[in-house]
Ligand binder design. Structure first.
Ligand code: SF4
Length: 182
């Protein structure tokens, strides 16, 4: 019902047709935010918010876990970016490490799979889990496994942003809401 109201409003305010499609387009979402138990520790981090319920009911959310898509198991050892953030991992100037191994390849494969899915489905907006070495958009951990946060983005976020996709975190949900409902 609300969708109908937006379109009526659009007619009267003469918004461009691209604005109409913004109300219909799909949104890529970290699978763990939608309740899928895909995190490294085998649990989910469901995001409880009326906007998520509304978008989910309309079938607009596309859940995706880049780390699983990159071939990593669940549960899996925790990983952090060492020597930079997701942008440097893509440029091969930093690595994604567990305490025992370099898992950069799986992270880059997962990021590429996320981008392929977004391009296939015409997705231009993503809502991704903050602080993850894949999905973080403002903060990640510093690679020391000490719980120290630094400014930076994960590998998937970096690749999506490089390709023009807007990435929001669960902390920016009001910004996301304004972006899709303005
Ligand atoms: S990679 Fe992203 S979707 Fe997958 S568990 Fe981590 S934060 Fe969630």
């Amino acid at each position: 019902m609300a969708l109908k109201l937006y379109i009526v409003n659009d007619f009267f305010t003469n918004k461009r047709s691209s604005d109409i499609t913004m109300f219909m387009k799909k949104i890529l979402i970290s699978a763990c935010l939608l309740g899928e138990p895909v995190r490294y520790d085998g649990v989910s981090k469901p995001l409880v918010h009326p906007l998520i319920d509304e978008l989910n009911e309309r079938g607009r959310l596309v859940p995706f876990c880049p780390e699983v898509a990159g071939g990593l198991p669940t549960p899996r050892p925790p990983a952090e970016i060492s020597g930079g953030d997701g942008r440097q991992v893509i440029g091969q100037a930093a690595r994604v490490m567990t305490r025992e191994a370099d898992v950069s390849r799986a992270f880059v494969l997962g990021a590429r799979a996320a981008l392929d899915l977004a391009l296939e489905q015409g997705i231009t907006i993503a809502l991704l889990k903050e602080r993850s070495p894949s999905c973080g958009s403002s903060f990640i951990y510093d690679g020391s496994f000490s719980g120290t946060r630094i400014k930076g983005m994960g590998v998937t976020t970096a690749l999506l942003r490089e390709n023009g996709i807007l990435v929001f975190s669960e902390n920016d949900i009001s910004c996301l809401e304004k972006r899709i409902k303005r």
